[in-house]
Write a protein that binds this ligand. Structure first.
Ligand code: ZN
Length: 185
């Protein structure tokens, strides 16, 4: 096990389309272990392989959040997301590759996911909502070379995390309160 170096915004590996994984071999399993250790060390909730300079379609995440049921540590490969409808919601995001900042990002509320579960080696399909769907969209964006600020529609809501102690921008409160009632423009 090893803690890997995390790439930061601007590094070419974060704007590259990641390659599909053909076979889950020992190298992939070892990479997954190191990604988990790196994510835990950095206190993230998700980490995609391009964030550790590996351009493969692979990510790890777990959920422990007030808004949804706990999801244990999960590693998936070759994920494909399809929105189930046009409903979006806004909430704060942060990213280990964009340290010190947070932004309010619109995401689809309801998604369909197909992927390979690394633990079982099996292909699966599932549907997810809200926070779970948000984390997956954030991580899968990394596999397509996209960082969350590129998904924002108001860069006035990109702030230094330290400054959130002074209170949230009023506009952010309004957007987040609108919750799931927004339709994608
Ligand atoms: Zn990220």
């Amino acid at each position: 096990m090893a803690i890997l170096k995390i790439a930061k915004m601007g590094h070419p590996c974060l704007r590259t389309q990641a390659a599909t994984i053909d076979q889950i071999d020992d190298d992939i399993l070892s990479l997954v272990e190191n990604m988990i250790e790196t994510m835990e060390d950095a206190q993230g909730t998700g980490l995609a392989a391009p964030q550790v300079h590996v351009s493969l379609s692979l990510l790890v995440y777990f959920l422990h959040h007030k808004s949804c049921d706990d999801v244990p540590l999960t590693a998936i490969a070759n994920p494909i997301i399809t929105p189930l409808d046009d409903v979006i919601n806004y909430d704060w995001e942060g990213c280990l590759s964009v340290p010190g900042l947070n932004g309010v990002v619109p995401r689809y509320s309801n998604i369909h996911l197909s992927a390979i579960n690394i633990e079982t080696g099996n292909y699966f399909e599932a549907e997810y909502q809200d926070y779970h769907a948000r984390v997956l969209q954030h991580e899968i964006d990394h596999l397509q070379g996209i960082l969350y600020p590129q998904r924002m529609d108001d860069l006035g809501l990109l702030v230094y995390s330290d400054n959130l102690k002074h209170g949230m921008p009023e506009h952010a409160k309004t957007l987040i309160k609108l919750g799931n009632h927004q339709k994608k423009q």
